[in-house]
Design a protein around this ligand. Sequence first.
Ligand SMILES: *Cc1c(COP(=O)(O)O)cnc(C)c1O
Length: 435
Amino acid sequence: MNKELIDQLIRNHPLLTEITQLKEVMWINEQYSSAMNTSLSIEDIEDAALRLQRFAPYIEKVFPETKEAKGIIESKLIELPKMKESINHLPGRLLLKCDSHLPISGSIKARGGIYEVLKHAEDLALQYNKLSIDDDYSKLTQLQSFFSQFSIAVGSTGNLGLSIGIMSAQLGFKVYVHMSADAKQWKKDLLREKGVHVVEHTSDFSEAVAKGREQASKDENMYFVDDESSENLFLGYAVAALRLQEQLKKLDVTVDEKHPLFVYLPCGVGGGPGGVTFGLKQLFGENVHCFFAEPTHAPSMLIGLMTGLHEGVSVQDFGIELRTEADGLAVGRPSGFVGKALEHAISGVYTIQDNHLFALLKLLADEEGIFLEPSALAGFAGPGKLFSSDYLVHHNLRLNMNQSTHIVWATGGNMVPEQERKRYYDKAVSVTSEG
Ligand SMILES: *Cc1c(COP(=O)(O)O)cnc(C)c1O
């Protein structure tokens, strides 16, 4: 993008000056209206949920950790009383959605990523008459040699690679994971142990995705999971909303005009938080307010939405380098599909510095005994950013805040090895002692 255009964007959007200076910002969406620009609907989400139900007997059989939930891949929604105290004066309830502890791959990618692999496997098995929709899907364990004729490719900063790699390899597919430079060594090691072909790149996420796409385009038996524009990934994430609705009922949480729901979602390329937002908007309409969180070093969705240029603009265009320990969010160019679909539905986007992610990592571990990876802590800054903005006044929500509920979406961490956790915690200690 040329310098003149960049300068013009900065003149039109003064917040861009602070963003390029890597300051934490809170951007409120002036186009907010709850309307969505997509042909996808609640029926598509329900269809995805039914597909996951069909696969449940298979999942239960091959991943014993899902036995208790009968093969349904779901996480808890829990109250955080001590964190609520630490977040000064937060009225209402503070809940944590523990996608960090989702079975199989320990991150929100166990929703979209695994769903897309299952959908592809079902499509193939139906097409080749290996399966009928009324079968007990646990028979898929016998189709490994059938699936081995096909392959799957994906580009990832790590966690999507884990979910696609683990699920595809289990079914019998050949699978290629193109990892960006940010990807952690332990994720690559773990995948290789499972027989996944890990292709390492020295470039960023967008490049890794491009490499995977290119590889798949040359092989008609290779399916590409496109993190930048896949509707299937999106729908897999969106199923979370149906499940959350039930969990909220169990916790006696009402969501209506007088009981607003606020959800804070860490954002990388946008598919995960976007899918969840899409699902929640279908169910709760204007009574749910979704905020996305990005590192100050990777505000891609923020810049895409604010300028309306979506995937036509990258953080690198503004001289921002993807230097963050939040590897799951280290994305320079947002998904255009998600940005356009949700340009009115997202309430706002804020950014957070790595030091604050680490301070939150320590606080959550000390107060509640919960470990999350740095990316997954971005949601905790949400309530503070919200209360210091004019969003509540603007939307006439101030009087209802005592009856409000705030959900911080914890997006990953359970797979992180002990040694890495210790390294993160030690870093958090040194960061917080510096003041
Ligand atoms: C992938 C990821 C996200 C964000 O999901 P996107 O679809 O990339 O926006 C957030 N947190 C963690 C830990 C992730 O791995």
